[in-house]
Write a protein that binds this ligand. Structure first.
Ligand code: F6R
Length: 248
């Protein structure tokens, strides 16, 4: 893992958006699609803001972009304002020229009996697209990436999981109470994420400083799933000063 530390999240986000737009343009110039793995939550919001600005002001086109989101609560209606489906459209997809058929977000309305087959199909779709060129990540205080909570296997694939208590507590604010936070989610696996050619994980604020230290400097362990990134050959952590403050 290579760490890059910025004065604030705005600076870091501009840098990440620049890397993504360079990749999109480079692939387009070769007549190729650009396959992006995307995250939700507070960490990537400024990256999406900047990509939308580049689309509006600098002619950045998403016509050749194919996206796969990491996760979605389950069960969850697409129109629910808490859904990751809603989040992605609100922050990115409604404002750029990405073809609707290129967007993939795990479907929180799939009935439980059909989830396994649905997850296998999601993996096949990623492979059919040629694999993830770039995966954007945030990190949860449990050390989750996607919703791969402690205990996740390093070879895990897209599947349904039970959310950790800490993760649900962290989401309680936006759901107006812990009791409203779903208990389950569908997430890409650690194995799915590890296959990405390039990974950028962003963490902002003091709240993330402990888990960032454990992830970067700790022993590789399923207890902190993000530590599996230590073995990935092309991963960068983009941090602000507060998130990096415990690193030695
Ligand atoms: C979101 C996701 C999660 C978040 C993590 C951090 O799609 O997969 O792993 O990245 O929970 O969330 P924020 O950015 O809200 O602190």
């Amino acid at each position: 893992i290579h760490n890059v530390i910025f004065d604030d999240s705005k600076e870091g986000s501009l840098q990440v958006a620049r890397e993504i737009s360079d990749l999109i343009r480079d692939r387009a110039s070769k007549g190729l699609q650009c396959v992006l793995g995307l995250a939700t939550g507070s960490s990537p919001i400024k990256v999406y803001e900047e990509l939308v600005r580049m689309h509006r002001e600098e002619g950045l086109s998403f016509k050749n972009v194919v996206t796969f989101n990491l996760d979605e609560y389950h069960p969850m209606e697409k129109a629910n304002i808490q859904s990751y489906h809603y989040f992605m459209h609100q922050h990115l997809f409604d404002h750029v020229d990405i073809p609707a058929e290129n967007v993939h977000i795990p479907d929180g309305t799939i009935p439980s009996y059909a989830v396994q087959e649905y997850c296998r199909a999601y993996e096949r779709e990623i492979e059919k697209a040629g694999g993830l060129d770039f995966q954007l990540l945030g990190i949860g205080r449990t050390g989750h990436i996607g919703f791969n909570e402690p205990g996740s296997h390093f070879n895990s694939a897209t599947r349904d999981i039970t959310l950790d208590h800490i993760t649900r507590v962290d989401a309680a604010g936006s759901f107006k109470g812990l009791e409203n936070v779903p208990r389950k989610a569908i997430t890409m696996g650690i194995g799915t994420i590890r296959k990405a050619k390039r990974i950028v994980l962003m963490a902002w604020g003091q709240n993330k400083s402990e888990i960032v230290k454990e992830t970067v400097e700790g022993e590789i362990s399923s207890e902190v799933p993000a530590t599996y990134l230590q073995e990935h050959p092309n991963t960068t952590f983009v941090l602000d000063k507060e998130a990096a403050q415990n690193l030695t």
